[in-house]
Design a protein around this ligand. Sequence first.
Ligand SMILES: [Zn+2]
Length: 284
Amino acid sequence: MEEIPLWYWLAVFFALGACVGSFYNVIVYRMPRGISLINPPSHCPLCKKRIPIRYNLPIVGWLWLRGKSACCHQPISVIYPVGEALCGLLGALSLFASVAVVGTAPVTPELFRMPVSDPAVWAGALAMAWLLLGAYPVCAVDCKYKLIPDSISVGGIVAGLLISIIPGGVTPLQSLLGAVVAGGGLYLVGWVATKVLKKEAMGFGDVKLLAGYGALMGVTGAVETLIVAALLGILVMVPYSKLHKSEDGSGQIPFGPFLAVAAPFMFLWGDALFALYVKFVFGE
Ligand SMILES: [Zn+2]
């Protein structure tokens, strides 16, 4: 572990991200068709033959077969390997961002040959991977179905608590407090807003998602995420609602994507941004 250089770990994170992307491809294909995710095992949608595992490898399988299925030689959309490659890049980016920002390592060619020894960097890389790779399903599912998958929101609470065991990052107590205070606080805000506005103001999905971010980032990170997401939301929603007038709220924009986009940025630069804000307001 001690001697393995960064470039190698970047390749590992890329491969893991591509596997997550491959799993997303399965979900995107199977969920709307009501097919179980595990059973039947991977099969050709055209001729129903089983797909051998070597052709199921992310990106590589598609290149190997030059974009055609092995069984019946039908074209396979380039969307699939592109999605896998993008998720791979997000995986590698998680580690790289953590090395550069959490580990504050200067970005030089030498850096790629150095081992990654700081446990805080590993904790940061895992949290970033969860935030970045989770952002895609939150955005896609919340926009299409107006809900946030529990696997990402509640899963984020579990992931945050597990990652907090690694020393150097968010401590287990900060993680637990983050989940309870961020989730509980947003629930309270939503409850008050619902009473005042006399209509559903905040989905419980958003509450669980922010609780997950609290577990991954601690209370301050989650609060910073909420503030930036709300500002982004206002920036987008005001012009949008002027263009699409609807009284019943059918044109309502979901809030989850704003939280999901803000979270990785606040994880890396929330404290710096907050310090800048304090300096700007108080001139210290
Ligand atoms: Zn086939």
